[in-house]
Ligand binder design. Structure first.
Ligand SMILES: C[S@@+](CC[C@H](N)C(=O)[O-])C[C@H]1O[C@@H](n2cnc3c(N)ncnc32)[C@H](O)[C@@H]1O
Length: 374
């Protein structure tokens, strides 16, 4: 079973914190979709006949696509790949684009899961991170999604925004509980180098992100989610039973995935490859039947590190026996030795050789994970 990811690198306007590849112009959209269809055809053997169980439209802003464009792309995948019955097909949506008409239009496609980028329900937070929607539009978007039958709904939230107090963070979460949103992705705000957010903070034009406050908000998040019966199945992801994101779970369970589009990454257990992050180059290259990508054959160390990175953040944990059987005793010995101090300090729990982070460990997940790397 494998996953497929389609990158839609167009936005109405760029958010100041985002370093995903996208451009704020729709000029090349039609040519880009033709290039996507060509790449799907050229990559038809990449998954070696494994069935596709998830399709994920990410961005950028995939909700800028019309239903015809969405159908064209899904039909392209269906034409060249074997698809699982009832695949999970997700569309990332920006709140300002999900009017009633748009929700209706999307409901008439095969999209069966929406991920809405709400981020915060306070307009000053949205302003700080450069969003073009307001809180009212987000609430309307959620209502419209529900009205048109989208039960499998995920909301993205961001904490650690300097304008977000703990009280506002609690209120954001409580509104999600009242709305009975079954899946929540909550990310801590990071100022990625070369983003406008990073540059504004460097120049003192915007307040710095306070790491201690961010850690407190992460603790609030874990507490409230658990009290409201959400499963904390990955550091940034929470859901009600039955609403796991199959697509993201397949990244964390080392399944193969095929990424289509500018800047999209693919992985097939042996190598990782990534397409050029430039729409013009991507389109021109595909006009000549060539996919513009770079590729890296993974070394044993990289495969081990990848296994640690993807499993340690999840509820399913890192399996020392799997490491021994797949990488050998040197790697499992190294893993157990490096984990020891975290197990002793109760940052990690070892259950029958499967290691998972405790809540205290999740707060310093990045530090723990990097010390487990080779
Ligand atoms: C690739 S983005 C695109 C989603 C959608 N277009 C939107 O913005 O509503 C997916 C999610 O990643 C999160 N994200 C992206 N960059 C981030 C950053 N620097 N810090 C925290 N969260 C970030 C946001 O919550 C965002 O909704």
């Amino acid at each position: 079973m494998a996953g497929s990811y389609i990158h839609i690198p167009f936005c109405k306007s760029k958010c100041n914190y985002c370093n995903f590849y996208s451009v704020a112009s729709l000029e090349l959209k039609a040519d880009y979709i033709n290039a996507l269809l060509k790449e799907i055809e050229l990559q038809k053997d990449y998954l070696k006949n494994e069935k596709v169980e998830t399709i994920y439209f990410g961005g950028g802003t995939p909700s800028l696509l019309s239903s015809d464009e969405i159908n064209k792309i899904i039909n392209g995948i269906k034409k060249y790949f074997e698809i699982e019955t009832n695949p999970e097909i997700t569309l990332e949506v920006n709140p300002e684009s999900l009017s009633k008409e748009k929700a209706k239009e999307i409901s008439e496609t095969l999209i069966n899961r929406l991920s809405i980028g709400v981020q915060s329900l306070f307009d000053d937070d949205l302003k700080y991170i450069g969003r073009i929607h307001n809180a009212k539009q987000s609430l309307e978007a959620i209502k419209n999604a529900k009205e048109y039958g989208f039960k499998n709904l995920s909301i993205d939230l961001i904490y650690g925004i300097p304008t977000l107090t703990n009280e506002k963070w609690i209120s954001n979460l409580e509104q999600m509980f009242l709305l009975e949103v079954p899946h929540i992705s909550a990310y801590s705000l990071t100022a990625e180098p070369n983003t406008p957010l990073f540059n504004s903070i460097e120049k003192g034009k915007l307040n710095k992100i306070d790491e201690e406050k961010t850690a407190v908000q992460f603790e609030i998040l874990m507490k409230l989610m658990s009290e409201n019966n959400y499963v904390h199945y990955e550091i940034s992801n929470f859901c009600k039973e039955g609403f796991y994101s199959k697509h993201n779970s397949s990244y964390w369970k080392q399944k193969k995935y095929l990424g289509i589009g500018a800047s999209a990454h693919s992985y097939n257990e042996i190598s990782r490859q990534w397409n050029v992050s430039d729409n013009k180059k991507y389109i021109n290259s595909l006009k000549n039947n060539t996919i513009p990508f770079e590729k890296e054959i993974l070394t044993e160390n990289q495969k081990y590190n990848e296994y640690i990175l993807t499993t340690m953040r999840t509820i399913w944990g890192t399996d020392a026996d799997y490491i021994k059987n797949n990488f050998g005793e040197f790697y499992s010995g190294y893993f157990i030795c490096q984990s020891d101090k975290f197990v002793k300090s109760e940052k990690m729990i070892n259950k029958n050789n499967i290691f998972v982070l405790s809540n205290d460990g999740k707060i310093i997940a990045d530090t723990i994970i990097s010390s487990l790397f080779i």
